[in-house]
Design a protein. Structure first.
Length: 555
């Protein structure tokens, strides 16, 4: 494998980086061959398994970063860039993405982080496809199908993270360079960023291949993609492309065999969003042997950042150190009390009760471990409050998990749920026939709020750029999928802005910014070593944050 020691380049350029030595792995074309693996038992399957097993629980970049725990960390990075997910302290590990820090620029390790990891994952897919060949035999078809599906997913993420305009706004806007199993070393030095049109065409072609190869595949669990997940990926892709007929078609196909989460499942105090159920289409679980669990007191894990109720050990960024994620106060206040999803977040009024005894008593409405949540909010380094805290994601392992982080942090994380597919179907249907979309949306919303009335969430701010119907769907997505990594993607796709500054906001001072279009920091920078060695690769500008808070928005 070709490796470039970025620290040497840094010394030459006089650049200051937050790490002393960063190794860039160029995950390009050093693929194994059939001859190299012929003598190894189950070698091909091991490469296939590696496509997904590397996605969660592994330290893929730098062990000193507690957010280096795999695919779900990108949910948090993207979500805090917007408005719906709020960090509670400027020292939070995800503050760089929330504050539009200069560390998002191409000379910093933060830019290296997603670039290196995603292209490593793509390389794993390319290795399998190189081994399978252009016309895989029966023994290699499933592996090739999984590789095509996952490569499409990774490029979908990269395209949405790096393009400064989405497909619907500008088909010629640049995304990232495409690297396949056939890309040569020479081509890598002159490999321009693919336009939206080329990238999404490539993604669809990968998904077409995956659909063909996985048509008879029966998986053992939801940790690998099957045909339903491929349909789900197609639904996502066609939604971005605003090919509404196909988005609706594939979103409906993807739903076969799944059921929406009930109120009891959604709000379960023991298994809520830590255990797969009949709505989860794709997802993975942390294991006791994962490096992020066995090392550093398991603090570098999804559970450490997302689970509030694990205080027996004194570990965990959310539960013990005061670094939580909260819901945007205005979004919370737009959720009717009759909508059960509101109970996934702690009422802001609890902080007004004044003393610990009353606060702990009020927290019993949300948790069987109210003292743990009180400690999380009032005894850490954050805002000395609990209002807005999310209890959507619960600690795993029952009573033992609440006392022992090595058990409590072993939760599963959903990557795709049937509710997302229903919302894609609804949006796609309504963009073709609004009355049909409104009917489907009302049916969906009433499963969450029996008193739902269409049009309730179409406030003045939401009118920017999209129809009243699309705004209503977006609101449902913001609430239903909160914390699951869709916030930035939707803001960019819908050409929305963000509102952080308003009366009684819970966003941090000096970062209360209002914008009517997607902010520049949502367009990630490509690491400078890529643009230095790949001369055809352009870059996004380093984002410059606003110099002061915006005037308060009047809702």
């Amino acid at each position: 494998m070709k490796k470039i020691l970025l620290s040497a380049i840094v010394a030459t350029l006089g650049i200051t980086l937050p790490t002393s030595c960063i190794e860039e792995v160029v995950p390009q074309t050093d693929y194994v061959t059939e001859d190299q693996t012929a003598d190894a038992p189950n070698a091909f399957q091991k490469f296939v398994d590696g496509i997904t097993s590397s996605m969660i629980g592994q330290i893929l970049y730098n062990s000193s970063y507690p957010f280096d725990f795999g695919y779900p960390t990108f949910f948090q990075m993207r979500d805090v860039m917007g408005q719906d997910v709020v960090i509670d302290d400027a020292g939070h590990w995800y503050q760089t993405w929330y504050t539009s820090s200069t560390a998002l620029g191409p000379r910093y390790a933060i830019a290296q982080f997603p670039w290196t990891i995603y292209y490593k994952w793509i390389k794993n897919c390319n290795t399998v496809l190189a081994l399978a060949g252009d016309e895989p035999d029966d023994a290699h078809k499933v592996g090739a199908g999984i590789a095509h599906a996952m490569r499409a997913m990774y490029y979908m993420d990269l395209a949405r993270m790096f393009a400064n305009k989405t497909y619907a706004l500008d088909k010629n806007a640049e995304t990232v360079p495409i690297i396949t199993e056939k890309t040569s070393i020479d081509e890598l030095t002159n490999n321009p960023r693919a336009t939206n049109e080329r990238m999404w065409s490539f993604i669809i072609s990968d998904l077409d291949a995956a659909e063909n190869y996985l048509k008879d595949y029966k998986r053992e669990d939801i940790s690998t993609p099957d045909l339903s997940v491929v349909y789900g990926f197609k639904a996502r892709a066609y939604q971005v492309m605003e090919d509404w007929a196909n988005a609706e078609k594939y979103a409906k196909l993807a739903q076969d065999g799944y059921n929406m989460m009930s109120q009891e499942e959604y709000l379960s105090r023991e298994t809520g969003f830590n255990t797969p159920n009949s709505s989860w289409m794709f997802g993975m679980q942390f294991k006791s042997t994962d490096p992020v669990i066995t090392g550093n007191d398991a603090d570098g894990s999804w559970g450490s950042f997302m689970y509030l109720e694990v205080n027996g050990s004194g570990c965990g960024y959310a539960s013990s150190y005061g670094y939580q994620f909260s819901i945007d106060r205005h979004l919370y206040e737009t959720i009717p009390s009759t909508d059960f999803r509101k109970k996934a977040f702690i009422d802001f009024s609890i902080d007004e009760l004044g003393n610990k005894e009353k606060i702990v008593e009020a927290l019993k409405v949300y948790s069987d471990y109210p003292n743990d949540i009180y400690q999380s909010g009032y005894e850490g380094v954050g805002a000395k409050a609990v209002g807005g805290f999310s209890v959507k994601f619960r600690a795993a392992g029952g009573a033992e998990g609440h006392k022992n982080q090595y058990i409590g942090f072993l939760g599963a994380v959903p990557f795709m749920r049937v509710e997302e597919m229903k919302l894609i179907e609804i949006e796609a249907a309504g963009m073709q026939d609004e009355s049909r979309g409104i009917q489907l949306l009302t049916e969906f919303a009433k499963t969450r709020d029996p008193q739902y009335t269409y049009g309730k969430h179409n406030e003045a701010y939401y009118n920017f750029k999209t129809s009243a119907f699309q705004n209503e769907v977006w609101w449902q997505r913001r609430v239903e999928l909160w914390g699951e990594g869709f916030a930035t993607f939707d803001i960019k796709r819908l050409n929305k802005g963000i509102i952080r500054s308003y009366g009684n906001t819970n966003h941090l001072k000096t970062f209360r910014w209002n914008m009517q279009t997607p902010p520049d920091w949502m367009n990630l920078c490509i690491i400078e070593t890529e643009t230095s060695y790949n001369t055809a690769c352009t870059n996004n500008p380093t984002p410059i944050p606003p110099s002061s808070d915006s005037e308060e928005f009047i809702w």
